[in-house]
Design a protein around this ligand. Structure first.
Ligand code: ZN
Length: 442
């Protein structure tokens, strides 16, 4: 019989499973609308309690009722160095339980995976961070530099109540932060049993969501009519939807393609990178969107009665721009839609790109190789956006580095916002070991 007081503290690789499971069971579904979103408060209180429990002082910052963020700072041994921001969001996208093999809020352990909405996006990383810092506090480890932890709300709906709220209303929380790590990077892509690429996000595309507005002459649907807003809008939408923007290979994508084609023995034609990308299998759809600007029509709105020609029609286009291309993309779109269609930006956040070098990048590579001798870190560009958009506004150099070793046959990219989202338990434990090493040495 042992008493709890003398029980050895749990190993972080064991505790991470419990922490992740608990987080998966807390509903933080973000519908994009405060009226129907449950909010992150429950998860934020859980995280705050797990930090306070080991002597870290967290503060919960609510941006709206129930929309909660948690921030804490762990002092490093060398205060002269810039702080490192470690950020993860607490919200998840909705999941339809009818489509899943397990309940999306179950946190079920099955076949070596932990299942649930948020298992890879990104309660897994939140749990890893908690497991590592709890272990440090219990064993007296101090990081070399200040580590600022931010667990955020609302990443899945543009971060207005999360990272953007924190960086605009509480920017002092991030004083001294020079670099940051967060989601979508650090995961493995298997080349063969002895070699794995680890994709580290050093760039992400810009978000350029816009609305097209067409105006015409309202009228009766039975009569001749040559100034129909719906027709004008439909033509513009079709032109955009069918358009293929020119290929532009940025520094990051070039580095990625060179490394990958060398490792995989794929011939890379710099003038036709698409041929090489097509051979990448499950990650082709991540990489394929990073060699050009894209514009996908997503919503249409017009009319109120079957026989009335409306005076207005509008459409939403989800555009994503390469670094430095937002203005060019705007000109390209204006040319495509013509002078009679108005363009309104509903969201415009710049693309990010940093170099794949320096001590932080070296520390990532060393931590990965220590746990996986077959690891080869490569930089890549994310076609989506993350909280890094907000944090980079403070001058923080942001990376996607949430280390995760994945089985060769897992279609990882399909699990993001997908059905049966799940994380391999051994991958999660690998992530804890890498993160621990990295944070001790960066
Ligand atoms: Zn995410």
């Amino acid at each position: 019989m042992t008493s709890d007081a003398h029980a050895a503290p749990p190993a972080p690789t064991d505790e991470v499973v419990e922490l992740c499971r608990d987080l998966l069971r807390i509903d933080t579904t973000n519908t994009g609308d405060n009226a129907t979103s449950i909010g992150e408060r429950g998860a934020a209180e859980y995280v705050a309690e797990k930090l306070a429990d080991v002597g870290i002082t967290p503060v919960i910052h609510e941006s709206a009722p129930g929309r909660a963020n948690v921030v804490a700072r762990i002092p490093g041994t060398d205060p002269s160095r810039g702080a490192l921001l470690v950020h993860g969001h607490l919200d998840v996208v909705p999941a339809d339980a009818d489509e899943w093999s397990v309940h999306p809020l179950s946190g079920e352990l099955r076949d070596g995976y932990l299942w649930g909405r948020g298992a890879i996006d990104m309660k897994d990383f939140d749990a890893m961070v908690l497991a590592v810092v709890r272990h440090w506090q219990r064993t007296g480890v101090r990081p070399p530099r200040d580590v600022v932890l931010a667990f955020t709300a609302d990443e899945e709906a543009g971060s207005e109540y999360g990272a953007h709220f924190l960086t605009t209303r509480h920017r002092e929380l991030f004083d001294g932060c020079t670099e940051g790590i967060g989601e979508v990077g650090g995961f493995s892509y298997t080349v063969d049993p002895s070699r794995r690429l680890y994709l580290i996000e050093t760039a992400q595309k810009g978000i350029d969501w816009l609305r097209l507005h067409a105006k015409g002459r309202p009228g009766h649907g039975s009569m001749l009519h040559d100034d129909n807003a719906v027709t004008a809008l439909a033509e513009a939408v079709a032109r955009i939807g069918r358009h293929r923007f020119p290929v532009v290979v940025t520094e990051t994508v070039r580095a990625f393609l060179e490394e990958v084609s060398e490792v995989l023995g794929i011939e890379l034609d710099p003038d036709d990178p698409e041929a090489a990308i097509a051979k990448l299998g499950p990650i082709a759809n991540i990489v394929g969107a990073t060699i050009r600007n894209t514009a996908n029509p997503t919503r249409l709105a017009a009319g109120y009665k079957d026989n009335v020609i409306p005076g207005r029609a509008s459409a939403t286009i989800d555009c994503r721009s390469l670094p430095g291309q937002s203005e060019l993309l705007e000109r390209q779109l204006r040319e495509l839609v013509g002078p009679d269609i108005a363009i309104e930006y509903v969201q415009r956040q710049p693309a990010l790109e940093t170099t794949f070098d320096g001590e932080l990048v070296a520390a990532m590579g060393a931590a990965l190789r220590a746990e996986d001798p077959g690891a080869r870190p490569v930089p890549y560009m994310l076609s989506g956006g993350t909280d890094a958009k907000a944090f980079s506004q403070l001058g923080i150099r942001c990376f996607g580095f949430a280390p995760l070793r994945l089985p060769a046959d897992l279609n990882f990219s399909a699990l993001f916002h997908g059905i049966d989202e799940r994380v391999p338990v051994d991958g999660l434990q690998f992530g804890v070991r890498v993160l621990d090493r990295f944070l001790r040495t960066c």
